[in-house]
Ligand binder design. Sequence first.
Ligand code: IPE
Ligand code: IPE
Ligand code: MG
Length: 249
Amino acid sequence: MKENLDLHNLPEHVAVIMDGNGRWAKKKGAMRIFGHKNAIEAVRDTTEACAELGVKYLTLYAFSTENWNRPKAEVNALMELLVMTIRKELNTLQKNNVRLMAIGNLLTLPEGCRQQLKDAIAQTSQNTGLTLVLALSYSGRWEIMNAVKELSRKVAAGTIAPEAIDESLFENHLNTHSIPDPELLIRTSGEMRISNFMLWQLAYTELYITEILWPDFRREHLYEAIYAYQQRERRFGKTSEQINLKQNG
Ligand code: IPE
Ligand code: IPE
Ligand code: MG
Protein backbone atom coordinates (compact mmCIF):
# COMPACT_ATOMS: atom_id res chain seq x y z
CA MET A 1 0.00 0.00 0.00
CA LYS A 2 2.92 2.32 0.74
CA GLU A 3 4.07 1.85 -2.87
CA ASN A 4 0.81 3.39 -4.12
CA LEU A 5 1.47 6.69 -2.39
CA ASP A 6 2.61 9.73 -4.31
CA LEU A 7 5.52 10.94 -2.19
CA HIS A 8 5.41 14.35 -3.89
CA ASN A 9 1.82 14.90 -2.76
CA LEU A 10 2.04 14.02 0.92
CA PRO A 11 0.05 16.03 3.43
CA GLU A 12 2.49 18.22 5.31
CA HIS A 13 0.34 18.00 8.44
CA VAL A 14 -1.77 14.99 9.47
CA ALA A 15 -4.06 15.34 12.49
CA VAL A 16 -5.69 12.39 14.24
CA ILE A 17 -8.65 12.11 16.60
CA MET A 18 -7.60 8.88 18.30
CA ASP A 19 -10.96 7.43 19.27
CA GLY A 20 -12.36 4.04 20.28
CA ASN A 21 -10.05 2.89 23.07
CA GLY A 22 -12.96 2.27 25.44
CA ARG A 23 -14.98 0.27 22.91
CA TRP A 24 -11.89 -1.74 21.97
CA ALA A 25 -11.44 -2.75 25.61
CA LYS A 26 -15.15 -3.43 26.11
CA LYS A 27 -15.15 -5.82 23.14
CA LYS A 28 -12.43 -7.76 24.94
CA GLY A 29 -14.35 -7.68 28.22
CA ALA A 30 -11.67 -5.48 29.78
CA MET A 31 -11.59 -2.14 31.60
CA ARG A 32 -11.43 1.06 29.54
CA ILE A 33 -7.89 1.79 30.71
CA PHE A 34 -6.75 -1.44 29.05
CA GLY A 35 -7.79 0.18 25.78
CA HIS A 36 -5.78 3.30 26.56
CA LYS A 37 -2.71 1.18 27.34
CA ASN A 38 -3.04 -0.59 24.02
CA ALA A 39 -3.35 2.73 22.23
CA ILE A 40 0.35 3.38 22.72
CA GLU A 41 1.43 0.87 20.06
CA ALA A 42 -0.84 2.67 17.58
CA VAL A 43 0.77 5.99 18.49
CA ARG A 44 4.25 4.50 18.13
CA ASP A 45 3.57 2.91 14.73
CA THR A 46 1.78 5.97 13.32
CA THR A 47 4.52 8.33 14.50
CA GLU A 48 7.25 6.15 13.06
CA ALA A 49 5.44 5.78 9.73
CA CYS A 50 4.90 9.55 9.44
CA ALA A 51 8.57 10.18 10.23
CA GLU A 52 9.63 7.63 7.61
CA LEU A 53 7.32 8.98 4.92
CA GLY A 54 8.44 12.57 5.44
CA VAL A 55 5.23 14.00 6.86
CA LYS A 56 6.30 17.19 8.64
CA TYR A 57 3.66 17.47 11.40
CA LEU A 58 1.55 14.86 13.16
CA THR A 59 -0.98 16.15 15.67
CA LEU A 60 -2.58 13.65 18.02
CA TYR A 61 -5.71 14.57 19.97
CA ALA A 62 -4.86 12.77 23.20
CA PHE A 63 -7.06 14.49 25.81
CA SER A 64 -9.80 17.05 25.30
CA THR A 65 -11.03 19.78 27.63
CA GLU A 66 -14.27 17.80 27.86
CA ASN A 67 -12.40 14.60 28.81
CA TRP A 68 -11.84 16.11 32.27
CA ASN A 69 -15.49 15.22 32.89
CA ARG A 70 -14.76 11.49 32.72
CA PRO A 71 -14.64 9.41 35.93
CA LYS A 72 -11.73 10.53 38.11
CA ALA A 73 -10.06 7.10 38.04
CA GLU A 74 -9.97 7.12 34.24
CA VAL A 75 -8.59 10.67 34.11
CA ASN A 76 -5.88 9.82 36.64
CA ALA A 77 -4.95 6.64 34.80
CA LEU A 78 -4.70 8.57 31.52
CA MET A 79 -2.40 11.18 33.10
CA GLU A 80 -0.16 8.49 34.58
CA LEU A 81 -0.02 6.72 31.26
CA LEU A 82 0.97 9.96 29.59
CA VAL A 83 3.90 10.58 31.96
CA MET A 84 5.07 6.99 31.65
CA THR A 85 4.85 6.94 27.88
CA ILE A 86 6.73 10.18 27.40
CA ARG A 87 9.49 8.93 29.68
CA LYS A 88 9.66 5.55 27.94
CA GLU A 89 9.48 6.86 24.38
CA LEU A 90 11.95 9.72 24.69
CA ASN A 91 14.83 7.62 23.34
CA THR A 92 12.80 6.49 20.35
CA LEU A 93 11.81 10.08 19.60
CA GLN A 94 15.48 11.08 19.65
CA LYS A 95 16.47 8.12 17.49
CA ASN A 96 13.83 9.05 14.91
CA ASN A 97 14.78 12.76 14.98
CA VAL A 98 11.25 13.65 16.19
CA ARG A 99 10.57 17.02 17.80
CA LEU A 100 7.86 16.98 20.46
CA MET A 101 5.39 19.84 20.96
CA ALA A 102 2.17 20.24 22.93
CA ILE A 103 -0.93 22.37 22.48
CA GLY A 104 -3.78 22.92 24.91
CA ASN A 105 -4.33 24.28 28.38
CA LEU A 106 -1.17 22.67 29.74
CA LEU A 107 -1.42 24.53 33.06
CA THR A 108 -4.34 22.28 33.98
CA LEU A 109 -2.20 19.12 33.72
CA PRO A 110 -0.84 17.57 36.94
CA GLU A 111 2.56 18.96 37.91
CA GLY A 112 4.49 15.72 37.25
CA CYS A 113 2.93 15.41 33.85
CA ARG A 114 3.75 18.98 32.92
CA GLN A 115 7.36 18.58 34.04
CA GLN A 116 7.87 15.37 32.07
CA LEU A 117 6.36 16.99 29.01
CA LYS A 118 8.46 20.13 29.39
CA ASP A 119 11.66 18.04 29.67
CA ALA A 120 10.84 15.96 26.59
CA ILE A 121 9.97 19.08 24.59
CA ALA A 122 13.24 20.74 25.61
CA GLN A 123 15.33 17.64 24.90
CA THR A 124 13.88 17.13 21.42
CA SER A 125 13.69 20.80 20.45
CA GLN A 126 16.70 20.58 18.09
CA ASN A 127 15.37 17.59 16.14
CA THR A 128 14.67 18.34 12.50
CA GLY A 129 12.45 15.45 11.37
CA LEU A 130 8.78 15.01 12.16
CA THR A 131 7.16 17.38 14.64
CA LEU A 132 4.81 15.41 16.89
CA VAL A 133 2.18 17.68 18.41
CA LEU A 134 0.23 16.34 21.38
CA ALA A 135 -3.12 18.02 21.98
CA LEU A 136 -3.60 17.80 25.74
CA SER A 137 -6.39 19.39 27.71
CA TYR A 138 -7.11 20.93 24.34
CA SER A 139 -10.26 22.17 22.71
CA GLY A 140 -10.76 24.35 19.68
CA ARG A 141 -13.14 26.75 21.42
CA TRP A 142 -10.77 27.14 24.38
CA GLU A 143 -7.93 27.94 21.98
CA ILE A 144 -10.01 30.52 20.10
CA MET A 145 -11.24 32.16 23.31
CA ASN A 146 -7.66 32.29 24.51
CA ALA A 147 -6.58 34.08 21.33
CA VAL A 148 -9.48 36.53 21.65
CA LYS A 149 -8.48 37.36 25.24
CA GLU A 150 -4.86 37.91 24.30
CA LEU A 151 -5.76 40.14 21.37
CA SER A 152 -8.25 42.09 23.51
CA ARG A 153 -5.55 42.75 26.09
CA LYS A 154 -3.26 44.12 23.38
CA VAL A 155 -6.03 46.29 21.95
CA ALA A 156 -6.86 47.60 25.43
CA ALA A 157 -3.16 48.35 26.04
CA GLY A 158 -3.02 50.16 22.72
CA THR A 159 -0.32 47.93 21.18
CA ILE A 160 -2.66 46.64 18.43
CA ALA A 161 -5.27 48.62 16.50
CA PRO A 162 -8.56 46.71 16.05
CA GLU A 163 -8.28 47.32 12.28
CA ALA A 164 -4.96 45.47 12.26
CA ILE A 165 -6.64 42.19 13.25
CA ASP A 166 -6.73 39.90 10.24
CA GLU A 167 -6.58 36.12 9.79
CA SER A 168 -2.82 36.00 9.98
CA LEU A 169 -2.60 38.08 13.18
CA PHE A 170 -5.37 35.99 14.74
CA GLU A 171 -3.57 32.76 13.82
CA ASN A 172 -0.43 34.08 15.47
CA HIS A 173 -2.33 34.01 18.77
CA LEU A 174 -3.43 30.39 18.48
CA ASN A 175 -1.44 27.56 20.09
CA THR A 176 -0.65 26.34 16.57
CA HIS A 177 0.95 29.63 15.46
CA SER A 178 4.07 27.98 14.02
CA ILE A 179 2.23 25.01 12.50
CA PRO A 180 0.50 24.86 9.10
CA ASP A 181 -3.17 23.83 8.98
CA PRO A 182 -3.66 20.07 8.62
CA GLU A 183 -4.44 18.90 5.08
CA LEU A 184 -5.76 15.58 6.41
CA LEU A 185 -7.76 14.71 9.52
CA ILE A 186 -8.18 11.06 10.45
CA ARG A 187 -10.78 9.98 13.00
CA THR A 188 -10.94 6.37 14.11
CA SER A 189 -13.92 4.37 15.45
CA GLY A 190 -16.40 5.67 12.88
CA GLU A 191 -17.67 8.76 14.71
CA MET A 192 -18.72 11.51 12.30
CA ARG A 193 -17.82 14.53 14.40
CA ILE A 194 -15.04 16.97 15.19
CA SER A 195 -15.47 16.93 19.01
CA ASN A 196 -14.10 20.44 19.49
CA PHE A 197 -10.80 19.74 17.72
CA MET A 198 -8.89 22.46 15.80
CA LEU A 199 -12.03 24.36 14.86
CA TRP A 200 -10.14 27.19 13.17
CA GLN A 201 -7.43 25.06 11.54
CA LEU A 202 -9.75 22.45 9.98
CA ALA A 203 -11.51 25.00 7.73
CA TYR A 204 -10.35 23.24 4.53
CA THR A 205 -8.99 19.97 5.86
CA GLU A 206 -9.90 16.69 4.14
CA LEU A 207 -11.72 14.39 6.56
CA TYR A 208 -11.08 10.65 6.64
CA ILE A 209 -13.11 8.50 8.99
CA THR A 210 -12.35 4.84 9.53
CA GLU A 211 -14.23 2.19 11.52
CA ILE A 212 -10.92 0.88 12.93
CA LEU A 213 -10.71 1.42 16.69
CA TRP A 214 -7.60 3.37 17.65
CA PRO A 215 -5.70 0.53 19.45
CA ASP A 216 -5.90 -1.46 16.17
CA PHE A 217 -4.67 1.42 14.00
CA ARG A 218 -1.35 0.72 12.26
CA ARG A 219 0.76 2.22 9.47
CA GLU A 220 -1.23 0.38 6.76
CA HIS A 221 -4.31 2.32 7.87
CA LEU A 222 -2.32 5.54 7.73
CA TYR A 223 -1.24 4.72 4.16
CA GLU A 224 -4.87 4.03 3.25
CA ALA A 225 -5.90 7.40 4.64
CA ILE A 226 -3.13 9.25 2.78
CA TYR A 227 -3.99 7.36 -0.41
CA ALA A 228 -7.65 8.41 -0.06
CA TYR A 229 -6.48 11.99 0.52
CA GLN A 230 -4.43 11.88 -2.68
CA GLN A 231 -7.50 10.87 -4.71
CA ARG A 232 -9.45 13.93 -3.56
CA GLU A 233 -9.78 17.16 -5.49
CA ARG A 234 -9.18 20.07 -3.13
CA ARG A 235 -11.12 22.97 -4.61
CA PHE A 236 -11.02 25.65 -1.89
CA GLY A 237 -14.25 27.13 -3.19
CA LYS A 238 -13.22 27.13 -6.84
CA THR A 239 -14.64 25.02 -9.66
CA SER A 240 -13.16 21.74 -10.78
CA GLU A 241 -12.35 23.33 -14.16
CA GLN A 242 -10.30 26.07 -12.52
CA ILE A 243 -8.31 23.52 -10.54
CA ASN A 244 -7.55 21.35 -13.58
CA LEU A 245 -6.61 24.33 -15.72
CA LYS A 246 -4.02 25.33 -13.14
CA GLN A 247 -2.63 21.80 -12.85
CA ASN A 248 -2.20 21.48 -16.63
CA GLY A 249 -0.16 24.66 -16.64
C1 IPE B 1 -10.15 7.84 22.87
O1 IPE B 1 -10.86 6.69 23.18
C2 IPE B 1 -9.19 8.23 23.96
C3 IPE B 1 -9.55 9.47 24.69
C4 IPE B 1 -10.59 10.23 24.42
C5 IPE B 1 -8.70 9.85 25.79
P1 IPE B 1 -12.16 6.72 24.08
O2 IPE B 1 -11.76 6.57 25.50
O3 IPE B 1 -12.97 7.91 23.78
O4 IPE B 1 -12.92 5.42 23.59
P2 IPE B 1 -14.47 5.23 23.31
O5 IPE B 1 -14.91 6.33 22.41
O6 IPE B 1 -15.15 5.30 24.64
O7 IPE B 1 -14.57 3.90 22.66
C1 IPE C 1 -12.34 13.03 21.21
O1 IPE C 1 -12.82 11.79 21.60
C2 IPE C 1 -11.21 13.45 22.10
C3 IPE C 1 -9.97 12.67 21.96
C4 IPE C 1 -9.76 11.73 21.09
C5 IPE C 1 -8.92 13.03 22.86
P1 IPE C 1 -14.06 11.66 22.59
O2 IPE C 1 -14.32 10.21 22.75
O3 IPE C 1 -13.83 12.45 23.81
O4 IPE C 1 -15.23 12.37 21.73
P2 IPE C 1 -16.80 12.26 21.87
O5 IPE C 1 -17.12 12.48 23.31
O6 IPE C 1 -17.22 10.90 21.41
O7 IPE C 1 -17.33 13.33 20.97
MG1 MG D 1 -14.42 8.30 22.41
